[in-house]
Design a protein around this ligand. Structure first.
Ligand code: SIN
Length: 476
């Protein structure tokens, strides 16, 4: 694939050839894959006009017809599963097996919300006054803007766009600069499914500031959904106040994994491994710090390090690959910095612990880790697993909650009472009990504290795109 294969274009109510463009590079090979349109303020303003016109039509389309369009989109995404997996492997280095899995995950949101479109129910409710009838109905909030991340370029797009479209809201998507092509492909499939022009737009850009500013300033954009860093989330929160927009923020995390003495060791190792090293550790819900109880610490560390060392690092296009590259130089630099700082403060390397060329970093397990190390507080977003000992349940819950973040947390135990007690005590939007990969299209996903507001997925996700209108009838 080269620049002549992927030419720069963006989508409003039709495809536009870009006036200016930027290179998109493979993190694995370093080669240029193609160019993407570098949209700015003018394109963003035009997109809002298009979204508003599309809203005037799409909100009145029969929900069963919206559902049918979403169903066709689901079918086309599944039919293009291999191609989407390949695009993700190329543009962000996701191992192709995981990329195919993500394509199916992204289609899962579309399928779920195709059904939800038909279940946007209103409610009749009683009045204390005679001769009155009261009704609450749900209506689409209006045009929405989504900022989607590079780490799940397909699933995060459909997790936002599918409920919006099901609810009757057109959506403008600004994908991450690293991963424009997956977003453009999904939009192409939406049009092929019969999605009306303007209902789903994609503006790619190298510098997101001007595009996002237009969206935040324009009162016709009624809803913003963002997945990304807590710092940018806070900025959007402030900007959204000016026009009082609805907001969903899925921000950073620092997920603890608590492995208790009574855990089934082999299963715990495989679950923590899946949780930690999915997408080379570049997942908001990946565990960032693993607390292992005294009685099994040595045995766990040994088996976990051996399993980590057996992971295959290599070309993301190869089916055998478990670990691809970091997405870019900044991502690699952060991993190197966190490991070096931990080593300087006394941590030991059980396996890995080194960059291996290009943007690759060997999957790593660190032992002798302490709470004062940056890796125990800041998101590393890479394939590094720091292990720390703990003695008591109370102590480890306090450590797990000692963070401004609250997205995911995990525990492994065979004690039912403990599983219930600890999952209730952990300050997080989602808890995996003996389950290292709990996210699903039909489950609520989102954080507490500085990990965000709102929930995506399942019946909760569509509510973010609906307003409730109260209608009171006096019968006279
Ligand atoms: C994320 O990293 O935000 C998405 C992870 C998932 O949905 O499993």
């Amino acid at each position: 694939m080269d620049a002549s294969v992927i030419a720069p274009r963006y989508l409003t109510d039709h495809w536009h050839d870009a006036e200016s463009a930027f290179d998109v590079t493979s993190p694995s090979s370093g080669s240029v894959l193609g160019q993407a349109a570098d949209c700015g303020e003018a394109e963003a303003k035009a997109a809002v006009d298009v979204a508003w016109r599309a809203f005037e039509h799409w909100r009145d389309v029969n929900p069963f017809e919206r559902a049918a369009t979403l169903r066709r989109w689901h079918g086309l995404i599944m039919a293009n599963q291999d191609e989407l997996g390949r695009l993700m492997a190329l543009e962000m280095g996701k191992p192709i097996r995981e990329g195919r899995g993500e394509a199916a995950y992204s289609a899962g949101f579309v399928e779920w919300y195709a059904d939800e479109a038909k279940r946007i129910y209103g409610t009749w409710f009683p009045s204390h006054l005679p001769g009155k009838r009261l009704l609450a109905i749900k209506q689409p909030v209006g045009p929405a803007y989504a900022i989607t991340p590079w780490n799940f370029p397909a699933a995060m797009l459909t997790r936002k766009a599918a409920p919006a479209l099901a609810a009757g809201c057109p959506m403008i998507v600004k994908p991450a600069k690293q991963t424009p092509f997956t977003a453009l492909k999904l939009a192409e499939l939406w049009l092929e499914a019969g999605g009306p022009p303007g209902t789903l737009q994609v503006l790619t850009t190298f510098k997101p500031g001007p595009v996002t500013q237009v969206m935040m300033d324009d009162p016709r954009i009624r809803k913003v959904s963002f997945t990304g860093s807590t710092d940018i989330g806070k900025l959007l929160y402030r900007q959204a106040a000016e026009t009082v927009k609805r907001l969903s923020l899925e921000l950073g995390g620092h997920a603890p994994y608590l492995v208790f003495d009574d855990a089934d060791l082999d299963r715990a190792v495989s679950q923590v491994l899946a949780c930690k090293f999915r997408n080379a550790g570049q997942t908001c819900v990946c565990t960032n710090r693993i607390y292992v109880q005294d009685g099994i610490y040595e045995a766990f560390a040994e088996r976990f390090a051996a399993a980590t060392a057996a992971l295959v690092m290599g070309d993301p296009l190869d089916d055998a690959t478990d670990i691809g590259p970091l997405v870019d130089g900044a991502g690699l630099a952060k991993v190197v910095e966190h490991v070096d700082e931990a080593l300087a403060k006394g941590a030991s390397v059980a396996t890995g612990g080194r960059a291996t060329g290009g943007l690759f970093y060997a999957p790593t397990v660190l032992t002798d880790v302490s709470s004062d190390m940056a890796i125990m507080h800041e998101e590393t977003f890479g394939p590094v697993a720091p292990l720390m000992r703990f003695s008591s349940e109370e102590e480890v819950i306090a450590q797990a909650n000692d963070t401004p973040y609250g997205l995911a947390s995990y525990l492994y135990t065979r004690d039912l009472a403990r599983a219930i007690r600890v999952s209730e005590a952990l300050e997080a939007g989602l808890v995996g009990v003996n389950d290292g990969v709990p996210a699903a299209p039909y489950a609520p996903f989102g954080g507490v504290k500085e990990s965000g507001i709102g929930r995506e997925g399942g019946p909760w996700g569509i509510e973010e795109y609906l307003e409730i209108k109260y209608v009171s009838f006096a019968l006279g």
